[in-house]
Design a protein. Structure first.
Length: 752
């Protein structure tokens, strides 16, 4: 018999140990992510008293897949539209946190006398909080629905994006180049280019594809297609110089805007849980007791730096973004750890040969310790705020808390600012689409046409055909770039407001015409040897034809409407099925009161009871604004509405009230039957003897059902089938009846 592969043996060991440890942690009411890390330490080669994993390379491969699926699931749950709706707050917080923690890391490294490159890379590692760890901790602690958690996840996503920029900058420093030069700027432009391109193309193409094949897709096919798209984007992301996890997150964000998003999220969750567990186990395997002993003081110092630094600077950064003191402290305390991107930065330093060998295990040890402390730091935020509230002047606390009531994104913008912002966004978006289209045509179509039409003479025909196809392909983008917003309300208002606005408005058109002309000029210059005067003249003619062409106009409008419909497809589906959040929710986001949704468990003790009987307002301080039952939405339910299993309750309240309500909803359930194996139903024969208490009684009078909990199936009369017992028939001596019941109930019946 062939030997079992090492990979399967390692997987069996990891999952068995992880299962046992997480059961213990569940019993102790601790977050499961901590159990996974402990399990990883137990199966690591550093633990001599237990069985250890044989092939760590395979485990690392599975862990990389785990990070990819975790970020894919994160993208499904948190789309970019949510970040944009929050305005500038997440961006301000992210920049302040990264700068502050990087400087702290550099200072701590210098204090221990480490090399310059060790200090610089250490600063980069300490600046990156772990998206996966915080996401898992929020999930385990039941905090994902709370208001502050959304802002934390926004900042973490932006940190992951900026981590790629930081890695490019660190690589430039390691190679001796100037990090403020063209390489840094080029990396930022590259990230922005591909990020916008992927989101636009993905939102345009993927919902369209899913809509076309929707009738052929079941759960199995949808799971395979979703994971296939995730892996494909991860591969493409690595091809252009980004991480696979970043690509997986982008694909999750794209799918988050589709109608199938919720279904995909549920289907992917078991896969995410499996590979996510392997990732956290692999992190625990990196803990080396020898490193912990040799570098105990640096590890302790770095742990305290992260805990105190994030608690202070993290809270301060969220306050700068407009959060109240309490909300800012909850956000800052939640980010007090480092994780997967810190490992990636450390690996980059080792691969470049610019950091010391001890730094990677030190950072892993710090990550594990801070990961252990993450749930406790999240819980510590509220008591810390209460203690601070008692020591600071009341006037100062009131002033800090009122900062959250005046977010800059809620202020009215001028017509000029709105118009210029919209024009700039349109120009950037359509420029990226045009650039990508030209790159695709020149990379694939042009070589194909040149092979199809070889030779010097036919070579010009190949270039001409490619040029015409490219111009036709990007024509809708160029027209939208030039003409869009020229008839908007802001434009008309500014034009009618003053004659002084006419020249600046016409200048905006000229600028966009020049941008469109530059694309035509590039295509003509690349594919021909005409002099510049001819190329410019040809470009002006082509742009004029594009602007005044009815076909191009119709095509541009159709493409834009299709994109907008795809972008709003999930919102449209929510409106159709009554799941759309009310418009007044945005008014509540600036206060402590907000809206959250809760699903009633199938075994809830609340089912069958009315809202008046439950009295949720008095008990927990929350108000049920609507009930979603299947595709039916019941708004503003009164006290006579009855709760059913699987109802989705839309509740208004504060974070504290939501937490109490959520805990009550989860705990007020029918407890699981621990003696389920003894509840088996059995069929038994009962012969009515002369001294039986059932002689002369009907079924109702006998109490077989009401007293003994058994049911009479029929009476045996010598026929092939049992004869049903009529309710008025009285049992007689010698009757043979068959009863069904649990074994204990049947025993009581026989002993009666």
């Amino acid at each position: 018999m062939s030997e079992l592969p090492t990979m399967i043996q390692d997987l069996a060991l990891m999952l068995i140990v992880a299962g046992i440890v997480t059961l213990i942690f569940k019993r102790l009411k601790q977050p499961l992510v901590l159990g996974y890390i402990v399990a990883g330490f137990l199966v690591s080669p550093h633990m001599p008293y237990t069985a250890s994993v044989a092939d760590r390379e395979n485990v690392q491969l599975w862990a990389d897949i785990g990070v990819m699926f975790l970020l894919f699931s994160l993208g499904l749950d948190f789309s970019f539209k949510k970040i944009l709706k929050m305005g500038a707050s997440p961006f301000i917080s992210t920049l302040v946190i990264i700068f502050s923690m990087s400087m702290l890391g550099v200072c701590v490294g210098h204090a221990f006398g480490w090399s310059r490159m060790d200090c610089i890379f250490l600063g980069g590692m300490l600046a990156m909080s772990s998206t996966t760890i915080i996401y898992k901790a929020f999930d385990d602690l039941g905090l994902r629905q709370q208001q502050f958690a959304g802002l934390v996840m926004s900042v973490l996503i932006l940190e992951d994006i900026l981590a790629i920029v930081m890695m490019v900058m660190l690589s430039a420093i390691a190679s001796g180049n100037n990090p403020d030069g063209g390489q840094m700027l080029g990396s930022i432009v590259k990230i922005g280019f591909f990020l916008i391109l992927w989101l636009i193309v993905g939102i345009f193409a993927i919902p369209l594809f899913l809509r076309r094949v929707r009738q052929f897709i079941n759960n199995e096919v949808l799971l395979v297609v979703s994971l296939g798209l995730c892996c494909a984007m991860a591969v493409f992301s690595t091809k252009v110089g980004f991480s696979s996890a970043f690509g997986a997150f982008i694909m999750g964000s794209i799918l988050a805007e589709t109608i199938e998003a919720e279904k995909i999220e549920k289907l992917v969750e078991p896969v995410k849980n499996l590979f996510g567990a392997i990732f956290f186990v692999s992190v625990g395997m990196l803990v080396d007791p020898q490193i912990l002993i040799s570098y105990a003081w640096p590890i302790i110092t770095l742990v305290l730096t992260i805990l105190i630094g994030q608690a202070v600077f993290g809270s301060f950064s969220f306050m700068l973004a407009g959060e109240s003191l309490k909300s800012a402290m909850r956000c800052g305390f939640s980010m007090a750890q480092i994780g997967e991107f810190s490992f990636i930065i450390a690996s980059l330093g080792l691969s470049l040969g610019v950091i010391s060998d001890f730094l990677y295990p030190v950072v892993v040890a710090v990550s594990v310790i801070t990961t252990f402390l993450t749930p406790y730091m999240i819980r510590l935020a509220t008591p810390a705020y209460s203690a601070l509230e008692h020591r600071l002047p009341t006037r100062l606390i009131t002033t800090l808390n009122q900062l959250s009531m005046s977010h800059p994104n809620s202020q009215e913008q001028s017509a000029w600012k709105r118009l210029l912002k919209q024009m700039a966004v349109n120009t950037v978006v359509y420029s990226i689409l045009s650039s990508a289209s030209i790159a695709v045509m020149f990379t694939f179509v042009l070589p194909f046409m040149q092979k199809l039409l070889p030779g010097w003479t036919l070579h010009w025909y190949a270039n001409a055909i490619t040029g015409v196809l490219t111009v036709l392909f990007i024509a809708p983008f160029l027209r939208a770039m030039v003409m869009k917003k020229n008839r908007s309300e802001e434009w008309k208002k500014l034009w009618a407001e003053s004659n002084r606005n006419h020249l600046p408005l016409l200048f905006t058109i000229l600028v966009r015409v020049l941008v469109a002309l530059s694309f035509i000029f590039y295509i003509c210059h690349y594919l021909s040897q005409f002099n510049n005067a001819i190329v410019i003249t040809l470009g002006i003619v082509i742009v004029a034809l594009i602007v005044f062409s009815r076909w191009v106009k119709r095509r541009s409008i159709v493409l834009e409407r299709l994109f907008v419909n795809n972008l709003r497809s999930r919102d449209i589906e929510a409106q159709v099925h009554g799941k759309k959040r009310p418009l007044y929710e945005g008014k509540l986001l600036d206060r402590d009161i907000h809206i959250a949704e809760f699903d009633v468990p199938t075994n809830s003790l609340w089912m069958g009871r009315t809202l008046k009987e439950l009295n949720l307002g008095k008990k927990y301080g929350v108000h049920v604004s609507s009930i979603l039952r299947g595709g039916l939405r019941m708004n503003i339910p009164d006290g006579d509405y009855t709760i059913f299993p699987c109802d989705r309750l839309q509740v208004i309240g504060s974070d504290e009230q939501m937490a109490k309500f959520s805990q009550a909803l989860e705990t007020d359930v029918i407890q699981e039957d621990l003696n389920l194996e003894n509840r088996e139903m059995k069929l038994h024969q009962l012969i009515i003897s002369a001294d039986s208490p059932f002689v002369g009684k009907t079924m109702a009078e006998s109490g077989i059902r009401s007293i003994y909990g058994c049911m009479v199936v029929g009476i045996e009369e010598g026929k092939e089938n049992l004869t049903p017992v009529h309710p008025t028939r009285r049992f007689a001596e010698g009757d043979i009846i068959w009863v069904v019941g649990e074994q204990a109930s049947i025993n009581d019946l026989l002993n009666s």
